[in-house]
Design a binder for this molecule. Structure first.
Ligand code: GLN
Length: 238
């Protein structure tokens, strides 16, 4: 079995070590004998979504975020087709905001890709700190770190998790991130996947399932990750 991961614009969107998510995906596939081809795209590359099984879109500073968003706007229909076809996406922070209708800042409105029914408004006070979530995806809590000025409103969409510690989407409704089809959008940097191997496996399993119609991921020794997760849960939630 093999999967192809598309890392979109890693030169522009790579805040707080988002690239660590790729390393985690690669290793957890490799340890199970799943071959991975990694394609890194920059602004001059054509993206053939049909050749991808998993897409990672990281977070970036405002200028880079706008640059990438303008670029993706031109191919949003291809991106939409990929998502409608159950393509797997992990979109982080700025990348997550782009999936929505728009991102309003003091400098005006940046149109988003409109792929998920959500929107974001910037506030002066940034949301910064550790986050713990309970998620419908797994009984193990999700732990991470957030740093964003945007407040995201996801309407009736399913959140990635409920905030047990931290601010999440907007600091008001207790939600964090979004799950839409096989897309996970989240503010958690950190990077997310090494701290949350259960989420890494969820993405890999979805990619394999879509491609081969079945996915059996043999368990790995995650004792250290589970211990770290428990420690963080105890520390921030108690
Ligand atoms: N510019 C966005 C915000 O601060 C996202 C930044 C990021 O990706 N960390 O809300």
């Amino acid at each position: 079995m093999n999967i192809t991961i598309g890392h979109l614009y890693p030169d522009l969107l790579n805040l707080y070590g988002d690239r660590g998510n790729i390393q985690c995906l690669l290793k957890r596939c490799l340890w199970r004998g799943v071959k991975v081809e990694l394609k890194e795209f920059d602004l001059s590359d054509h993206i053939d979504f049909a050749s991808l099984d998993l897409v990672l879109l990281g977070g970036g500073a405002e200028g880079e975020q706008q640059q990438v968003c303008r670029q993706l706007y031109g191919i949003r229909q291809e991106f939409r087709d990929y998502i409608d076809d159950q393509g797997v996406v992990l979109a982080l922070c700025g990348g997550y905001q782009m999936m929505g209708h728009y991102y309003d800042t003091g400098n005006g409105r940046t149109p988003g890709l409109g792929l998920i029914d959500l929107y974001t408004e910037e506030r002066a006070q940034r949301s910064i700190g550790n986050v713990v979530l309970e998620s419908p995806l797994h009984s193990m809590p999700i732990v991470g770190f957030e740093n964003h000025g945007g407040r995201t409103y996801i309407g009736d969409n399913q959140p990635f998790g409920r905030v047990l510690c931290g601010k999440g989407n907007n600091g008001e409704d207790g939600t964090e991130g979004v799950i839409y089809k096989n897309v996970i959008g989240t503010y958690l940097h950190g990077p997310l996947l090494p701290k949350n191997p259960h989420i890494c496996d969820y993405l890999i399993a979805n990619a394999l399932e879509r491609k081969y119609g079945h996915a059996h991921l043999q368990p790995l020794d995650d004792q250290r990750e589970i211990a770290a997760n428990k420690y963080l849960y105890q520390r921030f939630v108690g």
